[in-house]
Design a protein around this ligand. Sequence first.
Ligand code: PHB
Length: 379
Amino acid sequence: MAVAALGAAGQAAAQGNAPIKVGFMLPATGTFANLGEMIENGFKMHVNEQGGKLAGRDVQYFKVDDESDPAKATDNVNKLIKRDQVDVLVGTVHSGVALAMAKVARETGTLLIIPNAGADVITGAMCAKNIFRTSFSNWQPAFAMGKVAAERGHKRAMTITWNYAAGNESVKGFTEGFEKGGGKVSDNLTLPFPNVEYQALLTQIASQKPDAVYAFFAGGGAVKFVKDYVAAGLNKTIPLYGPGFLTDGTLEAQGEAAQGMLTTLHYADNLNTPRDNAFRLAFAKNYKTNADVYAVQGYDAAQLLAVGLKAVNGDISKRDQMQEAMRKAKIDSPRGTFSLSAAHNPVQDIYLRQVNGKNNEVKGVAIKSLADPARGCKM
Ligand code: PHB
């Protein structure tokens, strides 16, 4: 006991009690700005619940606004690594930006925790010992929605999304689930990120009359898409499905237009577990707004970092040991407990949800303990 206590004390002295430097690379402007804020607030809430310290060390935050712009991503991530010398990178929302972050993390060995962006390849062919994700792969909720749409008896679907990694992978995952269940995707419509001029594409949907539409949009773009779909009268004859991002954190703004919509996601607003209820109450008190999936993912990024730091008594230089503990972590998430796959992506239940008022209400579990296939990951 005495030796262990001395060891910990000596270690803290050696590090001069320097704070752990966390670098947030998140969108503060543009269509995903609100998502970035929810992630940051969720992360900080967990740290604050630990008295502002992780494994006895203070936490110091650094920030860049990545603008969801892949062209600026490498410069932005280098600001955090080289200028601010952060110990850990936390980011981001946009898959294209996250791909650049993962590339730099692989080259420099910097610890990276991804609290949203679903780019499949990051926990696939680009998987690495120092890269972790507390959110989802784009394939996960999409594949589940495809399965559900087929089970609901739809035969021919069209898809619509932004033409970038997340949109394209989401459509691919949906197609896989839908066609496995006997459906057929007849056409994929796209527009450049982050455009919201949907009208011409909605006209094509109206003329082709599929049985169902699957859409990947998020943030401000999702708000406008769901409203435009209803304004065009399409919802009366062609049900609109999507991964839960289409209606998460957006219901206040979507109002009537989103009512009754079915989506699939690893979170819902009324899981009604003691863990989630406590989280939601604390979040609402702290930030005067209801928690959503992004807040949960940020909170869990901090929980995962805490597991790693505790395993090394705050000594972040013991990276192998820290990463090993993170790899084996069981995260007591508001979404339900999850563990990480060998590729460091959550293995998690995907819920079927339905919009009722301002909530995405859970209707059941679309697929239990779903693991991303992690194609091409060799660790
Ligand atoms: C992504 O780019 O991976 C992305 C962005 C927003 C979401 C989900 C995924 O809500």
